[in-house]
Ligand binder design. Structure first.
Ligand SMILES: [Zn+2]
Length: 453
């Protein structure tokens, strides 16, 4: 997200007189010589972003929020109105003088495609430019089917949604995958639970099929972004999102931006080593990973092995052939001892890791999300209690701990937001705004946005 703080004066290679009467360029401007063009047009992205995010609704509010001059704001608002990205919509209450006209972002000016691939399911959607889902489909699907089959499936869903919504070509595409992604290339790098995907570029595959820029990120990062932006009572505080599904991962939003680290690996904690117990072999093949000890996968394996101890689990296995996380929730509610023992231990381990992370990065909100929420309130209650025991006093002050609030839609919403943020960045927006649409600019936008990422 572009910073709201922008220079007050129009930016450009302004010359100023030296005492000797000569001229020289200001040092801080010469440092930006290579990108002067985008600096001159950056105010447009700032203006659109302030209206889009609801932080400003009128021209005077834009002047206050952006620090830009009234003249620049007026020019940029006109440009955004011409491009159909903003619209005027009635009058705001007067604060003394003339009533200012209300501005709103035109979320229906274009559409994006979004997909979130989990280890065992996918959700695919068409969203407007606010990241609100217009139509979506969900399918149980294993990424172990491999990249070509999986991506062909995603494409089939996109085409189905396009026919259903009749909305035309997407402006951009955002995708989340359950493995480490090199964010600059959209390529999977040694994903532990995605056989056949190592080195596969989701971006290249989609760029071969769609004339739209594509951004790819880790699934948990996008869940964090979706929950931070569209979740319950968004308050702008830093958020740590802990996903516990088949696998385990973390995503961190700091000052409104995802923390990806140098290559996109930040938060990928599922395969950190936490025990020397040789019996705990992980799906990745190594012993002692967090996911081998505490994850939806490990939870179901242990309960399946010990099902004979519990009437609830043995009857579920007889009925369906295997256990799902919702069985754990039902068993806990029914007072099943085995369910409480194993779910409680898993929650305590995850909470210990989460408390360490909270101590490290001091978020305002800690969110628990992923398939584990299907096990019911018990897991969250244990998780909260143990986190609060184990965080430092200062990191625990004002720490809100809650469940993800979007009914498992935060990830696909985050995928849409990822695409939208990159379309409206100060680097990319000026490139297409004069055409009022990014269609036809895909290659350019893809190249430019890497600088923004
Ligand atoms: Zn592992």
């Amino acid at each position: 997200m572009p910073s709201a703080a922008a220079p007050k004066r129009p930016v450009g290679p302004q010359a100023e007189p030296t005492p000797a009467g000569g001229v020289h360029l200001k040092p801080h401007l010469t440092a930006f010589e290579g990108s002067l063009a985008s600096l001159e047009t950056a105010p447009l992205a700032v203006v659109v972003d302030l209206v889009r995010s609801g932080r400003a609704r009128t021209r005077p509010e834009l002047v206050t929020a952006s620090g830009l001059s009234r003249k620049i704001v007026t020019q940029r608002v006109e440009q955004a109105l011409d491009a159909g990205l903003l619209a005027e919509d009635g009058l705001a209450p007067s604060s003394g003088g003339r009533q200012p006209r209300l501005l709103r972002f035109r979320a229906d000016a274009g559409y994006v495609y979004a997909a979130l691939l989990g280890a065992s399911e996918m959700r695919v959607a068409v969203a407007d430019l606010d990241g609100r889902l217009i139509e979506d489909v969900h399918e149980d699907w294993s990424v172990e089917n491999g990249p070509d089959e999986t991506m062909a499936r995603v494409r089939r869903h996109f085409e189905h949604l396009a026919r259903k919504t009749r909305l035309g070509r997407p402006w951009a595409i955002g995708v989340g995958v359950p493995g480490p992604v090199d964010f600059s290339t959209g390529r999977l790098v040694a994903p532990p639970i995605m056989p056949g995907w190592d080195g596969f570029s989701v971006r290249s595959w989609l760029r071969d099929h769609y004339d739209a820029p594509v951004w790819v990120d880790n699934d948990v990062n996008l869940m964090a972004l979706g929950e931070w932006t569209r979740g319950a009572e968004p308050d702008g505080r830093d958020m740590l999102f802990m996903k516990v599904g088949t696998g385990v991962g973390a995503g961190l939003v700091v000052r409104g931006r995802l923390l990806r680290g140098q290559r996109g690996a930040a938060g990928d904690i599922g395969h950190t080593h936490i025990t020397d117990d040789p019996a705990k072999i992980c799906r990745c093949g190594r012993p002692g990973c967090l996911e081998a000890v505490a994850s939806g996968w490990a939870l179901l394996i242990e309960l399946t092995e010990r099902a004979a101890e519990s009437p609830a689990f043995s009857s579920a296995i007889r009925r369906r052939g295997h256990l799902v996380l919702a069985d754990v929730g039902a068993a806990v509610v029914a007072g099943d001892d085995l369910a409480r023992e194993v779910a409680g231990r898993t929650a305590r381990t995850i909470a210990t890791v989460a408390a360490n992370l909270v101590n490290f990065c001091n978020p305002g909100t800690l969110v628990l999300g992923g398939g584990v929420l299907r096990t019911g309130r018990y897991f969250l209650d244990v998780f909260r209690e143990v986190v609060l025991q184990r965080v430092t006093d200062l990191a625990g002050q004002d720490l809100e701990i809650r469940a993800a609030s979007m009914n498992h839609m935060e990830g696909v919403t985050g995928a849409a937001l990822l695409a939208i943020e990159h379309l409206f960045s100060p680097t990319t927006l000026p490139r297409w705004v004069e055409d009022a649409s990014p269609l036809g600019h895909a290659a350019d936008l893809q190249r430019l946005s890497n600088a923004f990422a």
